[in-house]
Structures are given as structure tokens and as C-alpha cells.
Design a protein around this ligand. Structure first.
Ligand code: MLT
Length: 238
């Protein structure tokens, strides 16, 4: 388990990385694909997002942009999973840039397998890992601008605790694995309370995004599993 992209060991890439940004990028990506988006391409740089999304006709693309929790002006949507309804995203190619989540996706984009995990789909993540048994696995939280985040860590703990319970894949983890499991064990039945205490949760509450927190705190409401199919691009696994 790594809490942030900045805390990962330099020049190392795992076989498989699970990128986690519960509030809210990976929850949004899972939701968009679940509701029929064709694919989601992640960018840390908004200029590049604009340039590449311009190659598609406006009716087949959607731009999602967030900075500091707020929608980026020229984008169609911010980063709320609740905006990714079937009516809005179905059949569209999405281009997304967020403060932290898209940077985590980029940190591990050279890994053989990159998947997106959140509270809303972590059982699907675990099922995939148990089937594929990757040799090296990172559960990578996104944090906030290089700092620790409770919501990503508790999600890493949810995944790690299921993997440890079954003993597959063989888990020899760092100290963060134990710490994330402990956090999950303490808060698993009170995730919304934990998210309300978290610093990014508080930032979202200040923006009156209470419903986003509620949505993101639900466990396993979908088995949608976003998987990277080409650099920076995630779509559905099958
Ligand atoms: C991020 O990437 O930092 C988040 O997803 C921010 C947000 O809540 O939009």
C-alpha cells in the first residue's frame, strides 16, 4: 500500500496497480463506465486534455475537469460521480483531469495492469486480483497534493483485508498494509462519518457536496472494473 504517488519507490513499477481516489476521481470513473461511457482518458495537464479531446466531435466526447474540488470552467462536467448519469455519459468518450487522482493513474501507467478501485467496486477489484494473482501489487492512494488521505487508505484497507483473509495473492506487504487494514476495521460500518472527518471530505462539504460523500461511501454497489487498455485510457474489463 502507498498512500500517495509521491511516496512510491522511485523507478519501480509493479505488475499490477490499483489506483484509488475515493473522493472522487476513481468513484467517478467507475460510475461513468457503469453508466455506459465508452472510455475515460486521464490527464494531469488540462492543456493536453483540451488538445486531444478537440480531435473528437463535441457530440461524442465529454470533458471533466476539477481543481480544488471545483469544476474547471471550460469543461462540460466537474468530478461528481452523480453527474455521470446514463443520459449524460452513455456512448461518450470521457476526458478527465483532477487534482490528484489522474496524477496517480499517470504514476503507474507503465504497469502491466492498472485498475481503478473505490469503495463502490472494491469487491470486483478483489475478485480480479484473486483470479490473476499478480506477482507485485500496489494499492495506490491518491491523497491530496502529496499528503495522506483517510478515504483512500480505508479503501486500500478494505481490499487488503479481503486479500489477507483468503491468503491470495500471498501478501508480504509494507507497514501501510497493516495500518490500512486497522483503519478499515475500525471504520468499516461508519464510512460516511469517516469521510466527513477527512480533510477532503470537509472541503467537499464546504462546497455543499454532501450527496457526493454519501454516494462515494457506499460499498460495492457495482461490479464494474475499469482497466487500462492503453496509456492513460481506462475502459471496462471483460
Ligand atoms: C482529486 O483528484 O483530487 C479528486 O478527485 C478531487 C475531487 O474531489 O474532485
Amino acid at each position: 500500500v502507498y498512500y500517495t504517488p509521491e511516496s512510491t519507490p522511485e523507478n519501480e513499477i509493479p505488475d499490477c496497480a490499483v489506483v484509488i481516489d475515493v473522493l472522487r476521481a476513481t468513484t467517478t470513473i467507475v460510475t461513468a463506465l457503469n453508466n455506459g461511457a465508452k472510455s475515460v482518458k486521464a490527464y494531469s495537464d488540462l492543456d493536453l486534455l483540451t488538445k486531444e479531446s478537440n480531435l473528437l466531435p463535441p457530440e461524442s466526447r465529454l470533458r471533466l475537469g476539477e481543481r480544488g474540488g471545483k469544476k474547471v470552467d471550460f469543461c462540460d462536467l466537474g468530478n461528481s460521480p452523480l453527474d455521470c448519469t446514463v443520459e449524460t455519459v452513455s456512448g461518450k468518450q470521457l476526458f478527465i483531469s483532477t487534482t490528484n487522482g489522474t496524477r496517480s493513474l499517470q504514476r503507474v501507467q507503465e504497469a502491466k495492469t492498472v485498475i481503478a478501485g473505490a469503495m463502490i467496486n472494491y469487491q470486483a477489484v478483489v475478485d480480479y486480483l484473486q483470479e490473476k494473482q499478480p506477482e507485485t501489487l500496489w494499492l495506490l492512494g491518491s491523497g491530496w497534493e502529496g499528503g495522506y488521505s483517510l478515504e483512500d487508505t480505508v479503501c486500500a484497507g478494505a481490499i487488503a483485508s479481503l486479500l489477507v483473509d483468503t491468503g491470495k495473492p500471498d501478501m508480504i506487504g509494507n507497514d501501510e498494509v497493516i495500518a490500512s487494514i486497522a483503519l478499515y476495521q475500525q471504520w468499516q460500518d461508519k464510512l460516511l462519518d469517516l469521510f466527513k472527518l477527512s480533510s477532503h471530505g470537509q472541503r467537499l462539504l464546504r462546497l455543499a457536496l454532501d450527496d457526493d460523500l454519501k454516494y462515494c461511501s457506499q460499498k460495492n454497489i457495482t461490479d464494474t472494473l475499469p482497466i487500462q487498455t492503453s496509456l492513460g485510457l481506462v475502459s471496462l474489463s471483460n
